[in-house]
Write a protein that binds this ligand. Structure first.
Ligand SMILES: Cc1ncc(COP(=O)(O)O)c(C=O)c1O
Length: 351
């Protein structure tokens, strides 16, 4: 039986699953709801017209994209590593640093990939719970660090799904006391306009992860990147597969970062929409709490625990968390366009 050949620790593993659902309004994956500008779309059309772009393998080192990212952040190309989504970088970081049964510190509740990728790389996830208001407690993390001596630490800021941040001062406090790699996942940092990127010059164990999937609207093309010291980038490159990032993704991500001001307008709009959404959600009688958010999503505690399923019947997708754990009775709603948010509120008010 094939099952007998599967690694023992993976035999009963539940794979990541995101079922395809029909929708009119999609507010379940924190994507950017706005269309790309014509400049970007025209560049794609031009690119597709040249058949060589598809016939040839992509640039395995992603030189042009890394140059564009380096220029944008005023760093050197050697400080940039690209991945097939930041998911691939999370995986590669663990792949290169973990020996079997090494421990990895990560927040809970947070982005599920840290735990999944740790297990797939034969490590042991050690979760630290966030405070009741979901804020980070640096001293708690440092105590746990001294106790378990992890190989890596993940911090997600703004944290998905809770929307809170860890301040730059607190991250530096961590960095001053630890030696292992610290991964700062800034998948949503465009919404706070603050970043740890420049600190890699002082701390060679720091890597900051960014993505084109969220504020830059390229989730379908899967482009993420990390910025770190050259020694950190070199280490990750050991395990990056050849030709990992396809040519269209490299090309389009470069165009997008070169036209980033187009996206700044949309980011501002989403932040305005978020305010509208919070005010309107608070008027709904089964909404118990809307957590403050620094990102393009809101975590909402509800007393109608079926609301995600009810919205789905109206082809509105939000993320529900069931009735277990710290996120019991919570849903996470991505901030959409004005029309999408109005549609959401209209349907929520029907119940
Ligand atoms: C916090 C966080 N990090 C990373 C990712 C993965 O992003 P990518 O699409 O670049 O793999 C996500 C996606 O949901 C996320 O929420």
């Amino acid at each position: 039986m094939i099952k007998d050949y599967i690694r023992r620790d993976l035999k009963d593993f539940t794979p990541y699953h995101a079922p395809l659902k029909e929708y009119d309004v999609k507010l379940d994956a924190n994507e950017n709801p706005y269309l790309h500008d014509e400049i970007v779309i025209n560049k794609v059309k031009e690119w597709l017209n040249d058949c060589n772009n598809i016939r040839r393998y992509p640039d395995t080192d992603c030189n042009e994209l890394r140059n564009a990212i380096a220029k944008f952040w005023q760093v050197e190309k050697e400080n940039v590593v690209c991945g097939v989504g930041s998911d691939q970088l999370i995986d590669c970081i663990l792949k290169v640093f973990l020996e079997p049964r090494d421990k990895v510190l990560m927040p809970t509740p947070s982005f599920s990939m840290y735990k999944l990728a740790t297990k797939l790389n034969r490590g042991i996830p050690v979760e630290f719970t966030l405070n009741e208001d979901f804020s980070y407690d640096v001293n708690k993390i440092l105590n746990l660090y001294n106790e378990v001596r992890p190989k890596c630490i993940f911090i997600c800021t703004p944290n998905n799904p809770t929307g809170n941040i860890m301040t730059i001062e607190d991250i530096e406090k961590l960095l001053q006391k630890i030696e292992c790699p610290l991964i700062i996942d800034e998948a949503y940092s465009e919404y706070i306009d603050d970043t740890m990127i420049n600190k890699f010059r002082e701390y060679d164990n720091l890597i900051v992860l960014k993505t084109f999937s969220k504020a830059y609207g390229l989730a379908g093309l899967r482009v993420g990147y990390g910025i770190a010291s050259k020694s950190m980038v070199d280490a990750i490159n050991i395990v990056i597969p050849p030709y990992h990032l396809n040519s269209l993704s490299q090309f389009l991500a470069k165009i997008v970062i070169e036209n980033s001001e187009q996206y700044d307008k949309k980011i501002k709009e989403i932040i305005n929409n978020r305010k509208w959404l919070i005010d309107n959600l608070k008027e709904i009688n089964y909404v118990d709490k809307v957590y403050p958010s620094h990102a393009n999503y809101l975590l909402i505690k509800v007393s109608d625990t079926d609301i995600a399923a009810k919205l789905e019947k109206h082809k509105i997708l939000v993320r529900g968390y069931g009735d277990q754990g710290e996120l019991a009775n919570c849903i996470r709603v991505t901030v959409g366009t004005e029309e999408e948010n109005q549609q959401l509120i209209k349907v929520m008010k029907m119940y």
